[in-house]
Write a protein that binds this ligand. Structure first.
Ligand SMILES: Cc1cc2nc3c(=O)[nH]c(=O)nc-3n(C[C@H](O)[C@H](O)[C@H](O)COP(=O)(O)OP(=O)(O)OC[C@H]3O[C@@H](n4cnc5c(N)ncnc54)[C@H](O)[C@@H]3O)c2cc1C
Length: 408
């Protein structure tokens, strides 16, 4: 098969939230962009995320994450402008479904004092409002009065419709590739060169002033291949694994953090409805972090126990359960902890990005655009072969709708 050859200003690798947002922004600012995806749009962390557009209240609860909380505080407002397609917003996301305009925080196991202590913080006072019994969500209505329930103005999105809404801005510029064949390199003029095969085995050679790597955990392999071919040191990443839980059945909707004594919420629950009306609760937080050491059966048992403990007033005895292992992929920190902000690193014509949080995707796109402006990367039309023969990826399924998922 003859090699397809094309030149763009920028090639973006990876169509999760970071790659989609970045590609859309760069295109809107006049650069020609090709977006390469190895599986489906959003596959990886984005579709597996809980869709919470954090504004930092969760971090403020720990009482020791002032910088993280301050960095992420403006993000819900940036997203709201896009979700409402307000004039001047960065990108129209009005097609993304907002599952809830706010989320809840409740205290479990007699640790009301913790929230009371945290409530002294300026962040909590400004952004979390304690609600009376009548205003509590259905799942928390029967809780005793000693349980504090707070409303936090951080929206929760359906990740699948978010990916769909973002992809509308890059539609015909995203292509499916076989990642095992991807060879990154640097051309004679210092430009990025990507040699790869499409899913039918056709060779493709792309050249670009910059290649932006938004491949989440997949960035590790691409950077390893690149490392031997460039003089610059390549950026490094870390993985922080999770063992998430899914509970399906007759449940009310809930988007909430259950706060205990630890720095991480004991449970973070988001919910969606299946077409038959059953709810799926997607459960992260402390139980997903500690559950990394447990096998699936033991993790499900731990999930059942955690739910009984945190919501003793709710009948959770007849639910179906499933579990999902997934790594958070982030820029590396010296002690392996979560970075406070997105990490964007350069290596020659390559830029590697890890947003750290879904909420930070617009900040990644802004930073990449700023670097291109700073380096005077010219805006030119795409040259060379059309890539129309390459397949286009569809949107990845939500974790609980994946084919072959088993429920216990
Ligand atoms: C379980 C979980 C829950 C989370 N919940 C939240 C939340 O509620 N709120 C929040 O703000 N953040 C949350 N996060 C963090 C957030 O999901 C991530 O920070 C964000 O989605 C990362 O986006 P990304 O585009 O960098 O990577 P990803 O979403 O992982 O996307 C990477 C993409 O690159 C593709 N790819 C990989 N390698 C290659 C290659 N070689 N060639 C081509 N394509 C490639 C993948 O197929 C994938 O589509 C959560 C994370 C996890 C794991």
């Amino acid at each position: 098969m003859p090699t397809l050859r094309a030149r763009f200003d920028v090639v973006v690798i990876g169509a999760g939230v970071a790659g989609l947002w970045t590609a859309a922004r760069l295109r809107a600012q006049g650069w020609s962009v090709a977006l390469l995806e190895a599986r489906a749009l959003g596959s990886g962390q984005t579709i597996a995320s809980q869709g919470i557009i954090h504004g930092g209240v969760k971090y403020a609860l720990t009482g020791k994450a002032g910088r993280a909380s301050a960095m992420i505080a403006p993000m819900p407002e940036v997203w709201r402008a896009c979700l409402e397609n307000r004039p001047g917003c960065e990108i129209d996301l009005s097609a993304a479904k907002v599952l809830s305009e706010h989320q809840w925080i409740w205290t479990a196991g007699g640790v009301g004092a913790r929230l009371a202590g945290a409530a002294a913080s300026k962040v909590i006072r400004a952004r979390a409002e304690r609600v009376d019994a009548d205003d509590r969500p259905a799942a928390l209505r029967a809780a005793p009065r000693s349980v504090g329930v707070h409303r936090v103005p951080e929206p929760v999105l359906d990740p699948a419709t978010l990916v769909e809404a973002l992809s509308r801005h890059v539609g015909e510029h995203v292509f499916l590739i076989d990642e095992s064949t991807l060879e990154p390199g640097i051309g004679d003029g210092g430009e990025a060169v990507i040699e790869v095969k499409d899913t039918a085995g056709a060779p493709v050679e792309l050249r670009a002033s910059r290649c932006v790597l938004c491949a989440g955990a997949g960035a590790e392999a691409v950077l390893a291949r690149l490392a031997g071919r460039i003089e610059h040191q390549t950026p490094t990443m870390q993985r922080r694994p999770l063992h998430m839980l899914l509970a399906r059945g007759d449940l009310p909707d809930l988007w909430a953090h259950c706060v205990g004594m630890s720095a991480v919420p004991r449970l973070t629950i988001t919910s969606q409805r299946e077409p038959d009306g059953r709810a799926v609760w997607y459960i992260g937080g402390g139980v997903a972090e500690t559950g990394v050491e447990r096998d699936e059966q033991a993790q499900i048992e731990a999930g059942r126990a955690a739910l009984r403990d945190a919501l003793p007033w709710l009948d959770t005895s007849r639910l179906e359960w499933s579990a999902l292992r997934i790594d958070r992929a982030e820029g590396r920190t010296p002690d392996g902890s979560r970075p406070d902000e997105p990490v964007v690193g350069d290596a020659g014509a390559f830029i590697a990005c890890w947003p750290t949080k879904l909420a930070f995707a617009p900040a990644v796109a802004r930073e990449v655009a700023a670097r291109l402006e700073h380096d005077n990367v010219p805006r030119r039309a795409h040259e060379g072969d059309a890539l129309d023969a390459l397949q286009r990826p569809g949107v990845a399924p939500l974790p609980w709708r994946e084919a072959g998922r088993t429920w216990r």
